[in-house]
Ligand binder design. Structure first.
Ligand code: DX5
Ligand code: ZN
Length: 227
């Protein structure tokens, strides 16, 4: 039986109104999010292009919540310092983005930031075996990276379960990202995820607070944090 880590709800601003990103960050902050999930895409590692460090810096003054930056870029090393300086708190890089994951994770921590690794659906949990002690977070992609609004790939729940066993009592958050909403928050929490990213699951319909609360309640009930 391992210690239950707190449930964190991290709305992904990829699903926000890009014409009003500052307002949207303030809105999810007011709506009770724990983290702000910022999806950075380069059109090379993934077939989509979003934002860079200057936009992260522009958003920083709009919220004091944790900026959880998900780098879907390759290579990632040349940009780590820029995203750290822009105000990221957590920087998650993809295990598949380059050949030197250990060095990249050390570089993130050397910048004073929390280090995360993200695994695409086809990458096994064994990819983190030899870097586990350089990690603060593992991000399990439950969709193929690049777009919001996709359906969660159920097979990834087994990867979450196996990661939970691998991590044991280490202070490492398991983040789940892609197709997560109030309807499946219990499933991913029961599998072992404690940081839930919600893009369309939070922004769809406009009731950000209601969607965040529903995800949180469902996840907390599933792992016995609340009745
Ligand atoms: C996809 C991104 C996800 C995505 C989540 O590549 O990493 O964070 O924005 O959006 P939903 O929750 O709608 O799948
Ligand atoms: Zn993401």
């Amino acid at each position: 039986m391992t210690t239950q880590r707190p449930i964190f709800i991290a709305p992904s601003i990829l699903s926000a109104d890009f014409a009003r990103l500052g307002e949207e960050v303030r809105a999810i902050d007011d709506a009770g999010c724990d983290w702000v999930h910022i999806d950075v895409m380069d059109g090379h590692f993934v077939p989509n292009i979003t934002i860079g460090p200057d936009v992260v810096a522009a958003l920083r003054p709009h919220s004091r919540k944790i900026f959880d930056v998900h780098l879907m870029i390759a290579p990632c090393d040349p940009y780590l310092e820029a995203f750290a300086k822009a105000g990221s708190d957590i920087i998650a890089i993809h295990a598949e983005a380059g050949p030197h994951l250990d060095r990249s994770l050390q570089a993130i921590r050397a910048l004073g930031k929390k280090a995360g690794v993200s695994l695409t659906p086809s990458t096994p949990e064994s990819a983190i075996e030899y870097v586990i002690d350089k990690l603060d977070l593992v991000l399990v992609m439950t969709v193929n990276p690049g777009f919001g609004g996709q359906a969660l790939i159920p097979a990834q729940l087994e990867k979450i379960r196996r990661l939970k066993m691998m991590i044991g009592e280490r202070p490492i958050d398991i983040q789940v990202d892609g197709g997560v909403n109030a309807g499946n928050a219990a499933d991913v929490a029961r599998a072992g995820a404690n940081a839930l990213v919600g893009g369309s699951g939070v922004f769809k319909g406009g009731d950000y607070a209601g969607n965040i609360a529903a995800m949180r309640q469902s996840a907390e009930r599933a792992c016995g944090i609340s009745i």
